[in-house]
Design a protein around this ligand. Structure first.
Ligand code: AMP
Ligand code: GLY
Length: 429
């Protein structure tokens, strides 16, 4: 078997999960991750080039003769990382700039969804505050205000009243609270329902749908408090029933992939479709052009076939869906955070880990905001670690993840104790 040399770009929990998944493959030659984190540094070689340094990453990929580059985050993709690597003949998992715009411009996505009749919230794009205000005042529904550009997950405002909505629109368009990302906004209908994340691994018109997952965005138990990057997740999420998934395949995925083809976009990489399951069917909340974080951490362990082969086949335009095997089990992740997160948080605290021998084989400790300093792993981000458990039952997966949380500690560390609470309530009904 020809071994391939792989470069993974990024430094979070998502990238650590990708490293662990790729390392299981007999196809793997050399593996480097840049710029990585403390846990990744213990699992593979690391380089020190930032994800947004496109020239630097291309130079790194060429120097190391890498056969495949996997981009974890969206920012380099929206800056043209995949285009630049492909121009050098290097296979990439991740879309070109023309595909990354699905995440980089919510205004583009809104137009795309409308053009191809894909179910989504009714809404319009605005650059002019007076027009946005008039639309909000006259809209026959409650609205959500979104900065069109990338805003590190903070660009969506869900106002309680129309006055608050108008103020949010004004702050983005006139005060520039999100800089250039808020120069254009999307004003859309507030949808009601339960959310699920559908992660597709797309190769042009073909795709693999990974099991549906559900993330927990709020910092507090019972889904209260500030929004975060994600405090925990589990998969599969039963709220996305077979009927919902069939609806998603037919009414969302098919027209989306056909639309990308009509626009001349050869999409190769993850397409994350955030859906709201409303009483009128599944509707698109957002597109992202990369794996969710922490969703990736619960999905990688569910790929039973060779994940590297799958990613490499997609990057090279030869996806064979029949080779892909998904495990029939549950996974859950509980994210351990630094005191203060998602506001200013503690950093530099030494982490004491569960002894290696006490980590069950089907569990992973995923590093997100950590650094290796003088042989010690210390905290270096708001979301520090992700404890992943897998089991035949969801409760079993959660129990394993929480057991790891109890035996790992750092000063001020905290985590939500109610990951998957809605699902458990449904199961126990
Ligand atoms: P986004 O960055 O577009 O995923 O939005 C972040 C979060 O805001 C989503 O996960 C939803 O919880 C919420 N959201 C976004 N758009 C809507 C909408 N039209 N109606 C209700 N909630 C929304
Ligand atoms: N967990 C949500 C995201 O990655 O966007």
């Amino acid at each position: 078997m020809k071994k391939i040399n792989v470069l993974i770009i990024g430094s979070g929990g998502r990238e650590h999960a990708l490293v662990k998944a790729v390392k299981k493959s007999p196809m793997l030659g050399r593996l480097v991750c840049s710029p990585a984190n403390g846990g990744i540094a213990k699992d593979c070689e690391v380089a020190n080039v930032k994800a947004e340094d496109i020239e630097g990453i291309v130079a790194l990929a060429k120097e190391g003769n890498f056969d495949l580059v996997i981009s974890g985050p969206e920012v380099p993709l929206s800056m043209g990382l995949a285009d630049a690597l492909r121009a050098e003949g290097i296979a990439v998992y991740g879309p070109n700039k023309n595909g990354a715009i699905l995440e980089a411009s919510k205004a583009f996505s809104k137009n795309f969804l409308k053009k191809y009749n894909i179910p989504t919230a009714a809404g319009e794009n605005f650059t002019d505050f007076a027009k946005a205000k008039e639309f909000i005042e006259n809209a026959p529904f409650d609205v959500v205000i979104k900065a069109s550009g990338l805003a590190a997950g903070k660009g969506v405002i869900i106002p309680e009243t129309k006055a608050e909505a108008i103020e949010a629109a004004r702050e983005m368009l006139e005060d520039g609270v999100f800089g250039d990302s808020g120069k254009e906004i999307v004003v859309e209908e507030k949808m009601e329902g339960e959310e699920s994340s559908i992660m597709l691994m797309v190769c042009g018109k073909d795709y693999v749908m990974l099991p549906p997952s559900q993330d927990h965005k709020r910092v507090g138990e019972g889904d209260t408090g500030l929004n975060t990057g994600g405090m925990g997740a589990y998969a599969p999420a039963a709220v996305a029933t077979d009927a919902v998934l069939e609806d998603v395949r037919t009414n969302i995925i098919a027209p989306t992939l056909a639309g990308l083809q009509s626009e001349g976009i050869d999409y190769r990489g993850t397409l994350y479709v955030g859906i709201m399951i409303t009483k009128n069917g599944a509707k698109v909340v957002e597109f992202n052009v990369r794996f969710g974080d922490p969703e990736c951490q619960v999905l990688m362990p569910l790929i039973e076939s060779d994940a590297l082969e799958l990613i490499n086949d997609i990057a090279n335009g030869n996806l064979d869906v029949s080779k892909v095997k998904i495990a029939n089990k549950f996974t859950a992740i509980v994210v351990m955070c630094a005191e203060g997160y998602p506001d200013a948080y503690r950093k530099g605290d030494v982490i004491t880990f569960t002894p290696e021998d006490d980590i069950p084989e089907d569990c992973w400790i995923i590093h997100a905001g950590t650094k290796l300093v003088d042989g010690n792993i210390v905290t270096a981000g708001g979301r520090v670690l992700g404890m992943v458990g897998s089991d035949a039952t969801l409760q079993g997966a959660l129990d394993k993840a929480y057991a790891l949380c109890k035996t790992t500690s750092f000063k001020g560390g905290f985590y939500r104790r109610d990951i998957a609470h809605r699902e458990l309530a449904r199961l126990n009904k």
